[in-house]
Design a protein around this ligand. Structure first.
Ligand code: ASP
Length: 577
């Protein structure tokens, strides 16, 4: 096999007259004249045009090595759109290194290809320029993150994959133990407990680019297994954590886009809910939720006799939203849990809309000025309990205004003071983050008095990092005292015996000199997708699973042999549902 001298995309007019050898895949082949054909040869750097004997048997995706002389393309044949468009390689010798069957889908990027076909033949798909670009962006992100953490004195520690369960709010993937039939390992939902134990072990600053596994329903921004930058540090406060994580995401962003996000702003969870109706606000656009409750204190209508009235104004929406679109939005608002959706169009000649008849003139005027609504604008109101009004308007805002993923720059945002609990089920509060999160110092006393929905008002020292409306990651200052951790477990309904069985090692470790500590983890798949301008993290993962969790390339999951089941002491019981 001839030795490669040049990459395809790098041959240029500076090489005219040189004899070069390029290696790669046949991208396209066009017959030029009776004797000659043009072949574009592709590698990861781009394509170069080579002139070959028309009889040479090269076809699409054949693997070739081509040796020839670089020459200027004749006048009129220059392709300014192509990096190598001024030259071609002529007088060639063609070595076919491997023949190929016709590719399962067109290799050009202009043709939409069904994702399942792409995933089944991912090795071919990966050859396409977009996947080459995306996975190279990913590699840059990883390397920038690693560099930032090392520079800041973090030590990379690898934690095990076969462990006892680490709760992060998802189901575990489990692995049966052959040596202890009937016992199971869990695969890590995160390295959470090991990184905390590393702090007790005196490591001070830990990081890992860690694979995490969570058995939950898959979506565009979620896979069973995903990569996180996982970090933890001792003797730190929240601001310290923000500083070192900001450095990592800023380095990654700069490595990919050339622009460095400086001074990532902060917003409390409560403010995010009030202004954006979300704990992951997309602040690339305005259309903020406005507080209108006060305007309706005297209302005569039952529609507005509610705990909260909030509104949003869509600039110019009066002309762009027709009746069908509004009906559709109303249906959605109801599906999201609102009792209804009030709306009106603002026109010079007056208002058009539903529910205006339930509002007094003063109320309408107040709403208009509260929302700064002018002629041509569209107003939406939700009257409900405060949580529902915020949540539904927040979703509506996204529906009406969210820019495409690759527009509007990169707006990172820290969300602080998350609630400690997100729900109360059968009297037991459910942790919003994980059970190792330190309560907010001002709310600790509430742990002894809270009841019912009151649990939801207790704040924590947990925080999220958000980018353009995506939750990139979460973290918290941790509990580092055994008695406090035990108390939280108790509140969560985990009794003493269960605490010992599941978390005894942690409670013990906290008794042997655990320093105060805190940390964070953010998703590398999500960060990379956004930096690459992709809606779906599968586009930045080399070998992802489908939405239903299947690996179409290797056919996982699949059955195992009867012998393996026996060894593991397992019997498969057919599902009856
Ligand atoms: N273990 C958490 C997670 O994976 C992150 C953290 O609290 O540091 O979401």
């Amino acid at each position: 096999m001839p030795i490669r001298t040049d990459y395809c995309g790098e041959v240029s007019s500076a090489d005219i007259g040189r004899t070069v050898t390029v290696c790669g895949w046949v991208d396209t082949r066009r017959v030029h004249s009776e004797h000659l054909a043009f072949v574009d040869v592709r590698d990861h750097t781009g394509v170069v045009q080579v002139v070959v004997d028309e009889r040479s048997e090269v076809r699409s995706e054949y693997v070739v090595a081509i040796t020839g002389t670089v020459r200027a393309r004749p006048d009129g044949m220059v392709n300014a759109a192509l990096a190598t468009g001024e030259i071609e390689i002529a007088d060639t010798t063609v070595d076919i290194l491997n023949a190929a069957e016709p590719p399962p889908f067109p290799m050009n990027e202009r043709t939409d290809v069904d994702e399942s076909i792409r995933l089944r033949h991912r090795y071919v798909d990966l050859r396409r320029p977009k996947m080459q670009r995306n996975l190279r962006i990913r590699s840059k992100v990883n390397s920038a993150i690693r560099g930032a953490m090392e520079r800041q004195g973090f030590v990379e520690i690898e934690t095990p994959m076969l462990i006892a369960s680490t709760p992060e709010g998802a189901r575990d993937f489990v692995v049966p133990s052959r040596q202890n039939p009937g016992d199971f390992y869990a695969l890590p939902q995160s390295p959470q407990l090991f990184k905390q134990l590393s702090m007790v072990g005196g490591f001070d600053k830990y990081y890992q680019i860690a694979r995490c596994l969570r058995d939950e329903d898959l979506r565009a921004d979620r896979q069973f297994e995903f990569m996180q930058l996982d970090a933890e540090a001792s003797f730190v406060n929240q601001e310290d954590v923000f500083a070192f994580i900001s450095e990592a995401v800023a380095d990654a962003t700069e490595a990919v886009t050339g622009e460095r996000p400086e001074n990532i702003p902060q917003m409390t969870y409560a403010e995010a809910q009030e202004r954006y109706g979300s704990d992951k606000p997309d602040v690339r656009f305005g259309m903020e939720l406005q507080e209108l409750t006060e305007l309706f204190t005297e209302t005569e209508s039952n529609v507005f006799k509610t705990a909260a009235v909030k509104g949003i104004c869509m600039k110019g929406g009066a002309d762009t939203l027709g009746r069908n679109a509004i009906d559709d939005l109303t249906d959605k608002a109801k599906r999201w849990g609102a009792k209804g959706l009030a709306w009106f169009r603002v026109r010079d000649e007056g208002l058009e809309g539903a529910l205006t008849k339930f509002m007094s003139e003063a109320e309408i005027a107040g709403v208009q000025s509260g929302l700064a609504a002018e002629s041509g604008d569209m107003v939406f109101l939700i009257a409900d309990d405060r949580r529902t009004a915020n949540r539904v308007l927040g979703l509506l805002r996204l529906e009406l205004g969210k820019p495409p993923v690759n527009e509007g720059g990169f707006h990172f945002l820290w969300i602080t003071e998350f609630p400690l609990f997100e729900d109360v089920i059968d009297g037991n509060p459910i942790p919003a983050h994980h059970p190792f999160t330190m309560p907010h110092p001002d709310d600790v006393d509430l742990l002894d008095t809270a009841e019912g929905d009151g649990w939801l008002d207790i704040r924590s020292q947990a925080y999220d990092l958000v980018l353009n409306g995506w939750e990139l990651g979460s973290g918290s200052i941790r509990i580092h005292r055994s008695d406090v951790q035990s108390r939280i477990f108790e509140i969560l309904g985990i009794g003493e015996e269960e605490q010992r069985a599941k978390f005894g090692f942690l409670l013990d470790a906290f008794r042997f000199g655990a320093p105060p500590h805190g940390g964070f983890a953010f998703g590398i798949d999500r960060l990379t997708a956004l930096l690459a301008g992709e809606e779906n993290i599968r586009e930045v993962i080399a070998f992802p699973k489908t939405q239903s969790g299947a690996d179409l390339l290797t056919n996982a999951p699949g059955p195992i042999e009867a012998g393996q089941l026996d060894e593991l002491g397992l019997r498969v019981v057919p599902r009856t549902d």
